[in-house]
Design a protein around this ligand. Structure first.
Ligand code: PGA
Length: 572
């Protein structure tokens, strides 16, 4: 089933009309079954307008009735046929002989139902079915429980249906107690189905139809097994949401997404690392800042979240996970929660099948691995060196060594002195080491300069990039070994700002080292933001299969790069 969410009922109606019109343009003589009820009326009005403009022609369709009350005369205005006639058949001038009716007359309804099914079978079944969803999970009047092989037949209306139809009849006691309905067997065999769902009162039932078990107690759930089903729901009916959070040392990002992968809320906070934020509470409050603003920009409260994944720097030891979970739950995120280290989130943001080895190269280097069976490991405190800081400090060291003649002269010297605004190497060393002094600049911000110098051919810079790449490659191999995938064709997912430099030297060095022991490893360079991985994991936690369309939708709706830029006020 494909779920498409629209902002409101008008947009739902336009999109429903678009899909119906595209279908009819393609198959003008198709057999279609059309629901009455309130939900499809906007789409039918839209189609009537398009007919007026010469953009829609239903006159060659065979139009079948979906359901009918029993015990009326066939020309009773209150019949569902009457409703269909006013809303679709007349505005579209569908000839009477093209309409396959259900009987409203209770003289021999069983025989009439059999005739309907025979006529339908001769026509080859429904090509297109346009349905609404009952509050009790019915489609047509297939009231629960309904088996998936039930034919067109007489049914007794459920209490819920009597309630929801009371308004149309001017009182519950006036609603006919029996009805005829197109069979589930016939509806589920339709070659294409469009299910239209609008309004907050349908939210819970839609959630079950989409993601709950397939059961006779919820007849619409059988649509999960039918071919080519598109569910169009407006935001009010959108059942639930997921939250993905990426908490790092410079910033914390939170995104709220609908279950089709549309990002509808964003928030930012400062350092969300319970080790790096000064205190664990300070880290938590950055996370709350980001999440609370993402929820408020989405216009929802935390109780609408069906799943949340927190991908956090500083989620390292068992007590960290325990602490974070207790605190987050106490703060009100009480649905399904998953907490992972941010190295895992970064890997998930870039791997295609949910497993592989990740090297995230930002200020530091974060290495992780996930096996196909879900076993995961991240290096965290095991890891020493790598990342932009590793490149910066080794470059600085090379400049000092070159000054002493321990290594050959290097163009790094001429590049680093202006970077730190120092006149010579001795003064540079002095500034870094003098009593009571502070570093004259941020060493981890040197990485692009070091890569530039190496790309221009400087032998010392090239050597140190290769060494740093080999070091990061070794940690990647260690991670692969930890989860037992070293011999497999795993994706080696490279994320983070350092890899975005135009020189391939660092990437090549990492890949060469990894492939020396894991020859089948496939390097993947990803520009996805790490929070992307957290949202995907939240989707999985919500039992939503993460497919291509969800990834594409997330990519299309995730905020632009400026949203992720390091905040001037954030701790860097
Ligand atoms: P509604 O009815 O479109 O009026 O909500 C749907 C149904 O009960 O099938």
């Amino acid at each position: 089933m494909r779920l498409i969410l629209t902002d409101d009922y008008e947009a739902l109606s336009r999109l429903g009309a678009d899909l119906i019109a595209a279908f009819v343009a393609d198959q003008p003589t198709a057999t279609v079954v059309l629901a009455t009820g309130n939900t499809p009326m906007g789409a039918y009005r839209e189609l009537a307008a398009r007919r007026g403009e010469g953009n829609f022609d239903a006159t060659k369709l065979r139009v079948c009735q979906l359901d009918e009350y029993l015990g009326l005369t066939d020309d009773d205005d209150r019949s569902l046929y009457g409703w269909m006639d006013r809303s679709f058949l007349q505005p579209q001038s569908v000839p009477d002989e093209n309409v396959l009716r259900l009987t409203a007359n209770d003289s021999d309804p069983d025989a009439a139902c059999r005739t309907y099914d025979e006529t339908l079978a001769t026509a080859g079944g429904y090509d297109l079915s346009v349905l609404g969803l009952g509050p009790n999970g019915h489609i047509a009047f297939n009231e629960p429980p309904a088996q998936n092989d039930s034919p067109t037949r007489v049914v007794t209306l459920s209490e819920e249906s009597l309630d929801s139809n009371a308004a149309y009849w001017g009182g519950r006691d006036r609603v006919p107690l029996r009805a005829v309905t197109a069979g589930l067997a016939q509806l589920l065999a339709a070659r294409q189905t469009i299910l239209l769902v609008s309004g907050a009162h349908k939210r819970d039932v839609l959630g079950k139809v989409l993601y709950g078990p397939v059961t006779p107690d919820l007849p619409a759930s059988y649509l999960q097994l039918a071919q080519n089903v598109t569910v169009i729901a407006d935001r009010a009916a959108a059942p639930l949401y997921v939250l993905g959070v990426d908490g790092g040392n410079t910033k914390t990002i939170a995104l709220v997404a609908t279950l089709d992968g549309t990002v509808i809320g964003t928030g930012r906070g400062g350092c969300g690392d319970i080790y790096g934020a000064g205190s664990a509470q300070a880290g938590l409050s950055s996370i709350y800042d980001a999440v609370d603003s993402a929820l408020s920009s989405a216009g929802i409260t935390a109780d609408r979240l069906t799943a949340a994944c927190f991908s956090l720097a500083g989620a390292d030891w068992p007590e960290d996970f325990q602490f974070l979970e207790t605190e987050l739950r106490a703060h009100g995120y009480d649905g399904k929660i998953k907490i992972v280290n941010d190295a895992i989130g970064a890997l998930r943001s870039g791997c295609t099948n949910g497993w592989g080895v990740g090297v995230a190269c930002g200020t530091g280097c974060a290495t992780s691995a996930i096996a196909a069976d879900g076993k995961a490991w991240h290096a965290s405190f095991w890891q020493n060196g790598g990342g932009a800081a590793g490149l910066g400090y080794t470059a600085l060291r090379a400049v000092f060594d070159a000054e002493l003649g321990l290594v050959p002269p290097t163009a790094l010297t001429a590049a680093l002195l202006p970077f730190f605004q120092q006149p010579n190497v001795e003064e540079l060393l002095h500034q870094f080491t003098r009593r009571g002094g502070t570093a004259p600049g941020k060493v981890d911000q040197l990485a692009p300069t070091v890569l530039d110098v190496a790309a221009a051919g400087d032998a010392v810079a090239v050597r140190l990039i290769k060494e740093q790449g080999a070091l990061m490659g070794d940690y990647a191999l260690a991670a692969a070994r930890k989860v037992g995938i070293e011999a497999d064709a795993y994706e080696l997912v490279l994320t983070g700002s350092v890899f975005r430099h135009s020189s391939p030297l660092l990437v090549d060095a990492i890949v060469a080292r990894v492939q020396s022991k894991s020859p089948a490893a496939v390097p993947v360079q990803s520009n996805n933001e790490p929070v992307f991985g957290a949202v995907l994991m939240a989707m999985e936690l919500a039992n939503v299969p993460v497919d291509r369309s969800i990834r594409d939708q997330l990519r299309a709706t995730i905020p632009g790069a400026e949203f992720f830029a390091t905040h001037p006020d954030a701790k860097s």
